[in-house]
Design a protein around this ligand. Sequence first.
Ligand code: ADP
Ligand code: MG
Length: 249
Amino acid sequence: MSILEVQGVNKRFGGLAALDDVNLSVRENTIHAIIGPNGAGKSTLLNCLVGKLIPDSGTVTFGGRSLIGLKPYEINQLGVSRVFQTPEVFSDLTILENLMIPALASRDGAFKLSPFKYLGKEADIRYQSERILEDVGLIDQRHLLASSMSRGNKRRLEMAMCLVQSPKLLLLDEPTAGMSRADTNNTIELLRTISEAHNITFVVIEHDMHVVFSLADRISVLSQGHVIVEDDPQNIKGHPKVQEAYLGT
Ligand code: ADP
Ligand code: MG
């Protein structure tokens, strides 16, 4: 069953058609990769899914509900979360404290956050946060300051901060950009563990073919704002249209 449906989405920036009649169908509990050369429109598409950009035309439905015109926080409340490329954490708080903030906010709605709501719920929120830290492999470091974390661990914490809000759909824009091969492999392992442990659908934009073919159940190839192929990984590698898009011939 498809959880996310994009149909006929167009987005122009002045004279440039960044997205040109884009269709995308993401099945529930799968990892769906979006690949394509630089400037293909991948980030623009992601921004249209999270409400940061509004498509000029076309439909985006999540769980059967239209997302068009909803504010980013409203889309987030429906269960769509974006993991940011640059981890943003509070350096002066511990890893556990960093996680307890979104854990609390997601219960009461991010815009009703108040210290009084926290009273009597600390043990519960702490328990929930610690379970997530176990999943992402940070439980032993939970009392360390976030400022002391390595880049790889910041990525894990950022992922945990999304997971604690119990998203149904997680969107990642080039999660391994700039990482060493070792960190890249750790990230692949982390994403796989999370997708197996939680009922979460992933949409991953990724340049690194090693990552794409290690993780994806399904792949859409974007080129010049258009989805040229959507297929299973084994049919993507040697696909003439994909090779053409990448070689620019
Ligand atoms: P990708 O993520 O695949 O590299 P983008 O979605 O970032 O591609 O960009 C697609 C095209 O749209 C590119 O040509 C880019 O220069 C252009 N573009 C992206 N964002 C804007 C913007 N805010 N204003 C004008 N042009 C943009
Ligand atoms: Mg991009």
